[in-house]
Design a protein around this ligand. Structure first.
Ligand code: ZN
Length: 146
């Protein structure tokens, strides 16, 4: 029943949404005719009433809500995902996976920037790890002793 010709998709400052053409709205309305909702029990009625108590909106915000909701269909209407798809979406958010290209780029950007430094316990000089091992630490100790 839904095809692109009968649906108008819009995007504006308020957001985006789908507006059904008059024809589609009539079809949907006809489809609902003859279907009856189960009667609402007294208990449910009381619960619904209680839930709304104390909630008031100004006339202006009520108007805005009304305008904003007109013709809008929530993004998730009619969408359903299999458990497998849901799992995949969940996994995708748990950690960004890097492809080889991204890893290389990251490595290149770090090259020459990040060097591990250590401090020589004998002369308190700080330097790159490799240089410190070569010239300081045990060697520095010997130099100082000699
Ligand atoms: Zn040293």
């Amino acid at each position: 029943m839904l095809d692109l010709k009968s649906v108008f998709i819009y995007n504006n400052s308020k957001g985006g949404g789908i507006v059904f053409s008059k024809e589609v709205r009539e079809k949907m309305s006809k489809a609902k005719l003859g279907k009856t909702r189960p009667p609402i029990t007294e208990e449910t009625r009381k619960r619904m009433s209680k839930a709304k108590l104390g909630k008031t909106y100004s006339a202006e915000s009520r108007k805005r809500m009304s305008e904003g909701m007109k013709g809008r269909i929530p993004w998730n209407v009619g969408k359903s995902y299999s458990d497998e798809t849901k799992q995949k979406m969940s996994d995708a958010k748990k950690g960004i996976s890097w492809d080889a290209e991204s890893i290389k780029k990251r490595a290149d950007s770090n090259r020459g920037k990040k060097r591990e430094t250590t401090i020589c316990p004998h002369c308190n000089k700080e330097g790159g790890k490799a240089a410190m091992i070569r010239w300081h630490n045990e060697n520095c100790k010997k130099l100082i002793e000699s």
